[in-house]
Design a protein around this ligand. Structure first.
Ligand SMILES: [Zn+2]
Ligand SMILES: [Zn+2]
Length: 225
């Protein structure tokens, strides 16, 4: 059972990374992820996954968005069907594709907390309290902030810290699927770090589901020898 999680504010001379369980070569370079120190390698790897997922989603969405534009003859020089929008509808159609249609991008994380990019990169959006994957409503809420000009660039940077704009409002957080029960991502403190089994009241010292030893090792500074 975790007793004293290492917080970002605690100064520990030698620290074990709670994600990769390695002792970082340069402990001073450890920075917080979701408020707790991890090694630079893990922090960067998680941020890179999220950033790559964002880029993949943007590309996929842009390609999908081309489909209706293509068939409506709205891409200059390409009009396979010979369709032309009635002159009276040109204005509303332009408004729709400029302002309404782009909002569909914000629903991307609604597939059990995963967009296609997040699925490919092994990250997932979950509810802060229950750790259940989010649906389309919460996805829209957390991504709506991207409507602000330059917000996507700021969000890409904030991904380094864990929580980014929109997560507070939507009460969501992004977890590394492989480590989703690790205390860095799951701070309920009562779950097996491997399989997520609720270990409240456990006295055997082992998870009854996956037989992982119930250990606080990953939380504590490694003793100097
Ligand atoms: Zn690490
Ligand atoms: Zn377990």
């Amino acid at each position: 059972m975790p007793t004293s999680p290492t917080t970002a504010t605690e100064e520990s001379a030698v620290l074990q990374c709670p994600l990769c369980e390695r002792v970082p070569k340069k402990p001073k370079k450890c920075k917080p992820l979701h408020g707790r120190l991890v090694c630079p390698k893990c922090r960067n790897a998680f941020a890179s996954r999220r950033q790559l997922a964002f880029v993949i989603d943007t590309v996929i969405w842009e390609l999908l968005a081309m489909v209706p534009l293509y068939y409506l003859g709205l891409i200059p020089g390409l009009n396979p069907t010979g369709f032309s929008i009635p002159s009276g509808a040109v204005g509303p159609v332009e408004i729709f594709f400029s302002y309404i249609f782009p909002l569909t991008f914000y629903f991307k994380d609604g597939f059990s907390g995963q967009s296609p990019g997040k699925y490919a990169c092994g990250v997932q959006v979950v509810d802060v309290a229950t750790h259940e994957p989010t649906g389309f409503g919460r996805s829209f809420k957390r991504n709506l902030c991207l409507i602000i000009p330059v917000a996507p660039l700021i969000v890409l940077f904030l991904m380094m810290k864990g929580r980014r704009w929109g997560d507070g409002w939507a009460k969501t957080k992004v977890v590394w699927t492989k480590h989703r029960f690790n205390p860095i991502f799951d701070d309920r403190g009562t779950r097996c770090t491997k399989c997520g089994y609720d270990l409240t009241g456990n006295t055997t010292g082992r998870c009854p589901e996956c037989f992982t030893p119930v250990s606080v090792k990953a939380y504590q500074p490694v003793e100097k020898s």
